[in-house]
Design a protein around this ligand. Structure first.
Ligand code: URA
Length: 263
């Protein structure tokens, strides 16, 4: 499992492979690099600052966000748009949601799940007794996939190559936050996080998986629910959410248990 230290080394190695021999680092980064050199076997900076004090989750995420903004493996692809949309929500959340990639609305507003799919997601969270601020919402790909100059409002799913270039950022986010449960929204996120390719949501949902020791549930993407209002689809998503609620020890009323069983 890659630590922030390994991500840094990988990113520098990528620069080197491109023929670059120098990297500009600010004073803070220099202090961290110095600390790594002096204490190679000690905890990576996600656990300790150069001064030895523990790094807060907020600091880890801020550091990660900064690193991600200049993430060479995705830049090298040239198939993702410029603006990064990192994540939103409570860094101390017990529940982390992972979607696909930002779309038009998310890129414009700089926040995941703020368009129509986001409104549907908010409804699901509300049914669980949660608000957006109670969970941590991220995407497997942090940039809106490009469709060329005349893209307009059109969106596309990230390719396996784009996901492979991005996934380490999400894995580092998971380690920083330490959620008790992850729900992947849609097959793209599920395949990406679980290191699979081409598995359908139907095959992945309804059971627990694991990512870096954290239980993972895969369910249908909120936009699938926008296209498919059938009770059975809504129930399928709801059963996955109920499973997450049970795992988290959240209170579940009889009414909640019966949601989407009858019209
Ligand atoms: N769909 C996603 O998967 N993520 C977003 O942030 C928005 C829509």
């Amino acid at each position: 499992m890659a630590t922030i230290r390994e991500l840094t080394v990988e990113s520098l190695a990528h620069l080197q492979a491109q023929g670059q021999t120098r990297a500009v680092v600010d004073e803070g980064a220099r202090a961290i690099l110095r600390d790594w050199m002096l204490h190679p076997r000690q905890a990576a900076p996600k656990e300790a600052t150069p001064s030895g004090t523990a790094m807060s989750v907020e600091e880890k995420l801020a550091y990660l966000r900064e690193r991600a903004a200049d993430w060479k493996p995705t830049r090298a692809l040239g198939t993702l748009r410029e603006k990064m949309v990192f994540a939103v929500g409570d860094p101390h959340a017990r529940l982390m949601l992972v979607g696909e990639a930002p779309g038009y609305d998310e890129e414009r507003l700089g926040e995941p799940f703020v368009g129509r799919a986001g409104q549907k997601l908010n409804q699901v969270l509300q049914a669980m007794g949660l608000k957006r601020e109670d969970v941590y919402i991220s995407n497997i790909c942090k940039w809106r996939p490009s469709m060329g100059d005349n893209q307009g409002m059109a969106n596309r799913a990230p390719t396996p190559q784009e996901i492979a270039a991005c996934v380490k950022i999400v894995l580092a986010e998971i380690r920083a936050i330490g959620p008790q449960c992850i729900v992947c929204l849609g097959g793209t996120a599920g395949n990406g996080l679980l290191g699979l390719q081409g598995a359908s949501v139907g095959a992945l949902r309804g059971k627990w998986h694991e990512c870096q020791g954290v239980p993972v549930r895969v369910t249908y993407h909120p936009s699938y629910l926008l296209r498919n209002e059938a009770l059975s689809s809504r129930r399928a998503v709801w059963e996955d959410m109920l499973a997450a609620m049970e795992l988290l020890g959240m209170p579940i009323s009889d009414k909640q248990r019966r949601y989407f069983t009858q019209p």
